[in-house]
Design a protein around this ligand. Structure first.
Ligand code: KIV
Length: 279
């Protein structure tokens, strides 16, 4: 990937693409990295136009787009479909795609095939995987093909049936020590960044200070190099999900619900369409 890759847009504006190297410079210069999820063309267009640094095509699509209870059911084909839609929209930001459960663990050849499919078929710029030491071989093999890899430690939702709950991880010493070692390992083998999800802020701060690559937090406090949220959560689309770390910037559930009710009312009362809204 070229650091200075320039894309000519149809409106003839030159846009400098955010790359993994840009993120590294941001960490080095103390500039915070902004990251949000997106799964479709329309919302990704708005998010990219707003100036986000990174769009994550997260496997949280399994929850927010498909309505599954966990991230486990989403398939590689479905992730590629979401990634293709986002890549069509993203003119400036770096697009990172989650490799879904079952497509990289335990077999580095399968991991490489999955990562290559994502890169080739969607045009995304990097992949993300969950775990440390246990997926080391897969990460090394993906990296060997020149594919940038983002790690993900702490609460790793693909392991929900091992954890049993979505509560804060690494509160105990042993788990915190393993997480610190895993972060060092991911840095050492060549990951370009690490997501830390739902761990104590003091631990996240320590990890961010101990590695040279960017550490992006979700529910991991402010002393890391950037923040990520699930777009649908921060827009308030799902009003049942309100963990402590989530800041809701809109209540889109209420707004959309209100607009739909108004539309129903307008149709039933014959107010819509009016004379100007027809041919
Ligand atoms: O899938 C996802 O949305 C994620 C973020 C929570 C980091 O992995």
């Amino acid at each position: 990937m070229l650091d200075t890759q320039i894309r000519k847009m149809s409106v003839n504006k030159e846009v400098k693409r955010v790359t993994t190297h840009t993120l590294q410079s941001m960490k080095d210069n103390g500039e915070k990295i902004s990251m949000l999820t997106s799964y479709d063309y329309s919302l990704a267009t708005i998010v990219d136009d707003a100036g986000i640094d990174v769009i994550l095509v997260g496997d949280s699509a399994s929850n927010v787009m498909a309505g599954h209870e966990t991230t486990l059911p989403i398939t590689l084909d479905q992730m590629i479909y979401h990634a293709q839609s986002v890549v069509r929209a993203a003119k400036r930001c770096l697009v990172v795609v989650d490799i879904p459960f079952g497509s990289y663990q335990g077999n580095s050849r399968v991991a490489l095939d999955s990562a290559i499919r994502i890169m080739k078929e969607s045009g995304a710029h990097a992949v993300k995987v969950e775990g440390g030491e246990e997926i080391k071989d897969s990460v090394i093999r993906i990296l060997s093909a020149g594919i940038p890899v983002m790690g993900h430690l702490g609460l790793t939702p693909q392991s929900i049936y091992k954890f049993g709950t979505y509560t804060v991880r690494a509160k105990e010493n042993a788990e915190a020590e393993k997480l610190k070692e895993d972060a060092k390992l991911l840095e050492q083998i060549g990951c370009f960044a690490i997501v830390l999800e739902k761990i104590p802020a003091t631990l996240a701060k320590e990890v961010a200070a101990s590695v040279s690559i960017p550490v992006i937090g979700i529910g991991a406090g402010g002393d890391v190099d950037g923040q990520v949220l699930v777009l649908h959560d921060m827009l308030g689309i799902n009003n049942e999900f309100s963990p402590r770390f989530l800041r809701k910037y809109l209540n889109l559930y209420e707004m959309i619900n209100g607009a739909v009710k108004q539309y129903i009312n307008d149709v039933k009362s014959n107010d819509f369409p009016n004379d100007k809204e027809q041919y």
